[in-house]
Structure formats: C-alpha cells, structure tokens
Ligand binder design. Structure first.
Ligand SMILES: *[C@@H]1O[C@H](CO)[C@@H](O)[C@H](O)[C@H]1NC(C)=O
Ligand SMILES: *[C@@H]1O[C@H](CO)[C@@H](O)[C@H](O)[C@H]1NC(C)=O
Ligand SMILES: *[C@@H]1O[C@H](CO)[C@@H](O)[C@H](O)[C@H]1NC(C)=O
Ligand SMILES: *[C@@H]1O[C@H](CO)[C@@H](O)[C@H](O)[C@H]1NC(C)=O
Length: 317
C-alpha cells in the first residue's frame, strides 16, 4: 500500500549508494580482520601471553596509533601489584598513576596473565580477567575487569597511547562493528575518573567530573582549551634565581592519588626544593598536613573542595 503512493520520490541510485550501501561496504571491509591472526601478534602496548618474573614484566604503550615506537606509558608487573607509570624527562623515576594490588602481600607474584573465559558451562557471560599466582603457590586467583554477555574469547588488553587501559573484544558472529571496547579503566562510568588520567587535559588543565573545566594562568583561571599549557621556562642553568610561582587553590595532582608527598615541611622549604630542582614544574602543598609534592609533569589537576590543597606553578619572573 505504501509503495503505491505516487508522491513518494525515490532518490537517485547514486545517492542511495553513497549513504546506504557504501558505508555498509566500508564496514564490511573493516570486519574482515582475521581474528586468529590478529591475536597471534603482540603489538606494542598490547598485553601478550603474560607478565612473568624472569619473562617480560611490562607492556609499553605506542607513541600514537600511527607511530608504533615506544611511548611514555607502561603497565608493569611488580612484587604485589600491577602498576601504570608515566615516564617523564624531568624525573629519573617513572611516575605512578595507577595500581591494582593482587594477592595477599606475603609472597611475590609469579605471573599475571590476561584471560577470557566463560563464567559457567552454559557460557552466557565471559569473564575478562587477570589470572595470577604467587611464587611457590599452585592456586590461581582472578581479578575480573569486565563481563560481556557474549562469546568474548577474542579479547586483548591494551595500554593506550594516552595512558588509558582498555580491553577490546572481537565478536566473530557479526558482519560489522565486530570490535568493541569492553573495558576502560579511566572512564566517566568507571572506577577511576578520567581526571586521574595524567594528560586528560593535555599539558595543563583543571578537571572536574571527567571534564576539563579551567586553564590555570598567572592571571587566574580561564576557559580551558587544548592550548592550555604551563608557562615556558628558561633553560635549567639560568632558572634558579628567576623563578616565581602562581597559585591555584583547591586542586590535586595525579600523583596525589597515592601520595601526599614529602614532609611535613614549611611552605617556604617546599618552594625552595622546587626552586633547586630543574625538573620541578610546580609543587602541591597541603596546609593541614604540611606535605609537599614536587611535580615533574603538570597535566591534569583534579578540582577538590578542600581549599587547603594548593598548587604552585613555576614561571619565570
Ligand atoms: C620457593 O621454593 C623454593 C624451593 O622450595 C625456595 O628455595 C624459595 O625460597 C621459595 N621462594 C619463596 C619466595 O618462598
Ligand atoms: C567461543 O568462540 C570461540 C572462537 O570462535 C570458540 O572456539 C569457542 O568454542 C566459543 N565458546 C563457546 C562456549 O561457545
Ligand atoms: C642568576 O645567578 C647567576 C649566578 O649566581 C648570575 O650569573 C645571573 O646573572 C643571575 N641571573 C639573573 C637573571 O639574575
Ligand atoms: C581538608 O582535608 C583534610 C584532610 O586531608 C581535613 O582534615 C580537613 O578538614 C579538610 N578541610 C575541609 C575544609 O574540608
């Protein structure tokens, strides 16, 4: 009945092809990634068979999706945990921005293995998990990250080039859109806020509720944009006697997730420490505990309601 109406104008075939058939065709092409082959490769940033003492103990991110060389982020197997680090040119030690404790803390971990397995015999759901065991122990424990309700055998864990941790799952039962992100560590719905991702706001920004809301400048807070950056500093040698700072009240650094910093010490001492350290781009001071945290990278600053948590960003006089 609908088709008999003469007033319905049919678009030319070429337009139909462009909007309906061509995108479908493109998706078809993308879906032909041979999964079994894909999963044989361990690309940079992708979690291979396992992390094991005496074997590979870390996964390093790529620089970007087109540059496969080693990026600054890594997932590392440690004594009793897996941890995410950011390598900084301003610090001899990599910067810890996430960890997940595994095991009892008594014996060291022997291995951590990324695994996908059906939850029950009926296989209604699959667990995407870390299987891990302690040295000299035969019992295997699990840490579940995600639980897709379809066959998630073809899954991989990747340290993204932005430092996030994601699981991708390939479903071989569908013709298009077969790849899906089944887990994201730093996520607005996840356990870790995006504000805890070191470069969520690029090289500088104040983050609140997963959004970059302000750019701290020497003149105060302004709207955030991708151009928000710390002030340019003179070369190291001539820096010590020309440093000044500007202040931001009610923020925390991503390193504050796991440490308050050193101290207690006076604000002037903390400032002096940063003055003398060429790799220090600013410091974070807590008035109530007098703890002092030096920041070799600034990046994302998380907004907090506590006004006794203050950031001081270095600039040249
Ligand atoms: C594991 O067992 C071996 C052999 O029994 C022993 O030499 C070693 O100290 C044990 N390691 C740990 C961490 O308990
Ligand atoms: C899940 O998919 C894999 C790969 O296609 C297959 O080998 C396996 O038997 C499937 N598992 C279940 C429980 O259907
Ligand atoms: C900084 O100190 C050095 C050595 O003390 C001196 O040579 C230089 O002129 C000073 N720079 C400024 C801008 O005061
Ligand atoms: C700020 O945080 C400290 C502990 O970190 C707490 O003792 C203090 O009461 C807080 N102040 C406000 C205004 O919430």
């Amino acid at each position: 009945m609908l088709c008999s109406s003469a007033s319905v104008s049919v678009p030319p075939l070429s337009i139909l092809f462009l909007f309906l058939i061509f995108p479908f065709f493109l998706l078809q092409v993308q879906a032909t990634v041979p999964p079994s082959k894909t999963f044989k490769y361990v690309n940079q940033g992708e979690f291979g068979q396992e992390l094991r003492l005496g074997g590979p103990t870390k996964v390093v991110s790529r620089v970007s999706s087109v540059d496969g060389s080693q990026g600054p982020y890594s997932l590392v197997l440690e004594q009793n945990r897996v941890a995410l680090y950011l390598k900084s040119n301003n610090s001899p030690k990599p910067l810890l921005y996430y960890y997940d404790e595994l095991g009892s803390g008594q014996d060291p971990l022997a291995y951590v293995k990324f695994n996908s397995e059906p939850e029950t015999e009926e296989a209604y759901a699959f667990d995407l998990e870390f299987d891990y065991a302690m040295i000299n122990s035969s019992s295997v424990s699990r840490r579940i990250w995600a639980r897709p309700k379809y066959n998630a055998t073809y899954s991989m864990l990747r340290v993204e080039s932005d430092g996030n941790l994601k699981i991708y799952t390939y479903s071989d039962k569908v013709d298009w859109g077969a790849w899906e992100v089944t887990f994201t560590l730093f996520d607005r719905d996840g356990s870790m806020s995006e504000c805890k991702l070191p470069t969520r706001c690029g090289s500088l920004g104040v983050c609140e509720d997963d959004q970059c809301v302000a750019c701290p400048t020497p003149l105060g807070l302004t709207w955030w944009s991708k151009n928000c950056a710390p002030p340019a500093l003179p070369p190291c040698k001539s820096r010590a006697n020309v440093t000044n700072y500007y202040k931001i009240v009610g923020v925390e650094h991503f390193l504050n997730e796991y440490t308050e910093g050193d101290g207690p010490m006076k604000l002037a001492e903390c400032r002096d420490k940063c003055n003398k350290d060429c790799g220090c781009l600013g410091f974070f001071y807590r008035e109530e505990s007098s703890k002092c945290l030096m920041a070799p990278e600034l990046g994302t600053l998380t907004k907090v309601s506590n006004t006794s948590h203050i950031a001081f960003i270095k600039l040249s006089k």
